[in-house]
Design a protein around this ligand. Structure first.
Ligand SMILES: C[S@@+](CC[C@H](N)C(=O)[O-])C[C@H]1O[C@@H](n2cnc3c(N)ncnc32)[C@H](O)[C@@H]1O
Length: 290
């Protein structure tokens, strides 16, 4: 064997050794954790839950860990693999319950309905795509999708391209048949996703850029919070005048308003309403670029 091959063989042996050692240490750590749990009297339940996989055996510690994993700060989220579920669950000792239903319960099907008249093969830009399976679903349905977000988009598909950039600054030649923007415009420029806080009016700048990126005759599908106009550190809420301002330069085709009756129930209001109260509302908009 020449010297190079000998070195490679030695490195391979060394790496196998390190891998075996690390597996061994991992097993030892689990044993240690269980031994400690036994000492403080919680070991039996922990082991029973891990072995049985039964909800009745969930203890407080396991519930806390599971609740962490399902949040936007959990383990999957730390790898950009958390997708905001419309229905969220909460683990408790010996139980798991339906916690909350968020606005995605109406927003996502609204997008699919709006796109039902758009032929597969059309180009779609999903703005603020991270945390959602929408872009990869649309790609799987046969659309040619570009997913843009200031954070990486993890799903992959042959009909899906991903861009990491703020929409308002994205320089791109060409335009799309459809631009989709779900629960995103209200956050732009506020610094809630780790980006620097920008000037007032970045939501308008983003709308303007989305218009430039839509072909004449192309569709916009937009969802935003609707209610008393306001802004906090995380998001804006638009009233009807604010929504109208966002849609300047677009021809409105549909405005559907959905309302949250209680933490688990959303309904579509019979018709556009101008009343404002404490209930969360979302405006679901389809518009066309003239
Ligand atoms: C509330 S999340 C909505 C995500 C997704 N559309 C959904 O339906 O769950 C808002 C998203 O907007 C993204 N975002 C914030 N500012 C942005 C910008 N200037 N350009 C593109 N995406 C942005 C955030 O990173 C975040 O993923």
């Amino acid at each position: 064997m020449d010297t190079g091959l000998t070195e490679i063989a030695a490195l391979r042996d060394e790496s196998r050794h390190l891998r075996d050692e690390s597996r061994h240490r991992h097993a030892e750590n689990i044993q240690l954790a269980r031994a400690l749990a036994d000492l403080i009297g919680e070991g039996d339940r922990f082991r029973r839950a891990m072995r049985s996989g039964l909800v009745d055996d969930i203890d407080e510690e396991i519930a806390r860990m599971l609740n962490h994993t399902v949040t936007h700060r959990g383990f999957a989220a730390q790898r950009n693999l958390w997708f905001n579920p419309p229905l969220s669950v909460r683990y408790r000792e010996g139980d798991v319950v339906l916690a909350q239903v968020n606005e995605r319960i109406v927003e996502t099907p609204y997008v699919f309905r709006a796109l039902s008249r758009v032929e597969p093969g059309a180009t779609v830009l999903d703005v603020g795509a991270a945390e959602s399976t929408l872009a990869v679903s649309l790609a799987s349905l046969g659309y040619r999708v570009t997913a843009i977000d200031i954070r990486p988009y993890a799903p992959v598909h042959p009909s899906l391209e991903t861009v990491v950039a703020p929409i308002q600054d994205w320089s791109h030649d060409g335009a799309f048949d459809v631009v989709v923007c779900v629960s995103t415009i209200e956050h732009i420029g506020l610094g809630a996703y780790g980006e620097p806080r920008a000037d007032e009016g970045s939501d308008g700048a983003a709308m303007q850029r989305m218009r430039e990126l839509t072909k004449p005759g192309g569709l916009l599908v937009l969802t935003v919070p609707l209610g008393e106009a306001g802004v906090n550190d995380v998001q804006r809420t638009y009233d009807h005048a604010g929504l109208q301002a966002l849609l300047e330069g677009w021809e409105l085709e549909d405005l559907t308003v959905a309302r949250q009756l209680d933490p688990r129930t959303w309904v579509v209001e019979p018709q556009e309403t101008t009343s404002v109260d404490d209930e969360a509302r979302v405006a679901l908009v389809t518009a066309r670029r003239p």
